[in-house]
Design a protein around this ligand. Structure first.
Ligand SMILES: [Zn+2]
Length: 153
């Protein structure tokens, strides 16, 4: 019995370590969010803007979440904001994030008002604080450019 169990465990460990880490998931691009991703690819942060509310919002949708206005435009934002809330992730939710732990999952309040869920990059996880000034940075992920944030330089 013992002789049988040991080779099976050894075999399992070999097969797990031989598997490459899967790629991180990519956002699904909807027609109404496409301008966000096109701007990110150019190193810019743009969000939908409602002229009736005179405000931008995140995430992109087909109507303003405040007044339901569907006549929206796009506004290029400063990319600056502050940490509104955050959590340090110590256990990877997906195998594709196992090399990133510990990492910071945060909600950023942009200067223009909208809040975005993101990661804080280029910063020791122990140094992140609420109200910490941050700026957008961009992560290349496959053929997409993902907006992330880092401490303001
Ligand atoms: Zn509105």
């Amino acid at each position: 019995m013992t002789e049988k169990t040991i080779p099976e465990k050894a075999s399992l460990e070999t097969s797990v370590s031989a598997n490459p880490i899967p790629a991180k998931p990519q956002p699904r691009i909807t027609p109404w969010a496409a301008p966000l991703w096109e701007a990110c690819a150019q190193g810019k942060l743009s969000l939908p803007y409602c002229s009736q509310c005179e405000a931008s919002f995140y995430y992109p949708r087909q109507w303003c979440p405040q007044c339901f206005n569907q006549d929206l435009s796009w506004l290029e934002l400063s990319g600056r904001g502050k940490v509104y809330s955050f959590s340090v992730v110590h256990q990877s939710p997906l195998p594709s994030y196992q090399d990133d732990v510990p990492y910071v999952l945060a909600i950023i309040e942009l200067e223009e008002g909208p809040r975005m869920m993101t990661n804080i990059l280029n910063c020791d996880v122990d140094k992140v604080r609420v109200d910490m000034p941050v700026e957008v940075t961009f992560e290349e992920r496959g053929d997409m450019t993902i907006p992330q944030f880092q401490p303001l330089k």
